[in-house]
Design a protein around this ligand. Structure first.
Ligand SMILES: Cc1ncc(C[n+]2csc(CCOP(=O)(O)OP(=O)(O)O)c2C)c(N)n1
Ligand SMILES: [Mg+2]
Length: 348
């Protein structure tokens, strides 16, 4: 099999800052990211189990394999920044600070979930965390990120908007319109494409002539570059540079993080469309393994230290599962609350 990553990197474009090594990483940061990535993965794996037990119903898109992107990207943000996500957002919400309990309970449709059990897998939002996510209309959420960035600029705040989107979303009309206005008005936004090589079952080279989605920025003159999203440190450094650019008033940036999802598009997809050996080739670049290796080799940690973290994470993920299972379902009387802004609590 041709190595799709190597092929893809052969067209790595100009535009990437050359001084990213200036952004230093401490051992504690890396340890935190390792733990977070592991927790996201274990929560997703338990969600898959719960789905097969029919404890989780409806759509469910897992983030397994892509964890470094959300964790590295979120680490580059401030609490007041805004995050807008699509429907593969469980891990993105957790990376932004939503707890494993809140995410799992939402998946179970329980009242203790982050969206009170009324959103489910695709609609996890938390105003407390400035996480305006969970949108199922592909590409439809991108203008919302532009809107949040517009609001920040209009109100003379130095908050930045981060918008996650997939390679499949980069063909939508709303996406292009959002880019055009963002660049025209120099909005403080970072558009982060998670190119995982598939939109549902359609491979990237069957859906797009361009393989580097950051080049979507060329048409509007937006600063753009591409990077590998398998190493959380790489993601963090690239995002830091992009966020600095946007926050300093120089305008938006569009980035492409090359990544890969290990599971099918959703729980109903057995992912038989992959090439032989492809999944294993990407698993060899696994973000959790590479962060663990960095901790062992560059920061003098011992395997036993990592084992301790793994055990703690295991307990936290299981606690989230148990919490979700034992939580109550939403009160039927609240069924029509939160549908329109004029709700019982004055509009959340
Ligand atoms: C407007 C619209 N068209 C089609 C769909 C069906 N659909 C759901 S997900 C998806 C693929 C999107 O792929 P991508 O943006 O690469 O995100 P990924 O699933 O890889 O994270 C499609 C076509 C939809 N939800 N909305
Ligand atoms: Mg995709």
């Amino acid at each position: 099999m041709a190595d799709a990553v190597t092929d893809h990197l052969a067209i790595l474009p100009e535009g990437r800052p050359e001084d990213l090594d200036r952004i230093e990483i401490t051992k504690d940061q890396l340890l935190g990211w390792y733990r977070q990535m592991l927790l996201i993965r274990r929560v997703e794996e338990l969600a898959a189990k719960a789905y097969t037990q029919r404890k989780i119903l409806g759509f469910c898109h897992l983030y397994i394999g892509q964890e470094a992107v959300a964790v590295g990207a979120s680490a580059a943000l401030r609490p007041g920044d805004h995050v807008v996500a699509a429907y593969r957002e469980h891990g993105q919400a957790m990376a932004r600070g939503v707890s494993a309990r809140q995410v799992m309970a939402e998946l179970f449709g329980k009242a203790t979930g982050v969206t009170k059990g009324q959103g489910g897998s695709m609609h996890m939002g938390s105003s407390e965390h400035h996480f305006f996510g969970g949108f199922g209309i592909v590409g439809g959420h991108v203008p919302l990120a532009a809107g949040a960035a517009f609001a920040a600029k209009y109100q003379k705040k130095d908050d930045v908007s981060l918008c996650y989107f997939g390679d499949g979303a980069a063909h939508q009309g709303a996406f292009f319109e959002a880019l055009a206005l963002s660049q025209l008005w120099k909005l403080p936004a970072v558009y982060l494409c998670e190119n995982n090589f598939y939109a549902m079952g359609t491979a990237l080279d069957r859906q797009s002539y361009l393989l580097d989605m950051s080049r979507r920025g060329d048409g509007v003159g937006m600063r753009r570059w591409q990077f590998l999203g398998f190493d959380v440190v790489e993601v963090y450094r690239n995002m830091m540079a992009a966020v600095e650019h946007a926050r300093s008033g120089k305008g938006p940036v569009i980035l492409e993080a090359i990544t890969y999802r290990y599971r099918g598009h959703s729980m109903s997809d057995p992912a038989k469309y992959r090439k032989d050996g492809e999944l294993d080739a990407y698993k060899a670049k696994d973000c959790i393994k590479s962060a663990g290796d960095r901790l062992l080799e560059e920061h003098g940690m011992a395997e036993a230290d990592l084992e301790k973290i793994r055990a703690e994470v295991e307990a936290e993920a299981q606690d989230a599962y148990d919490f979700a299972e034992s939580s109550p379902i939403p009160d039927p009387a609240e069924l029509y609350d939160y549908t329109y802004a004029n709700t019982t609590d004055g509009g959340r």
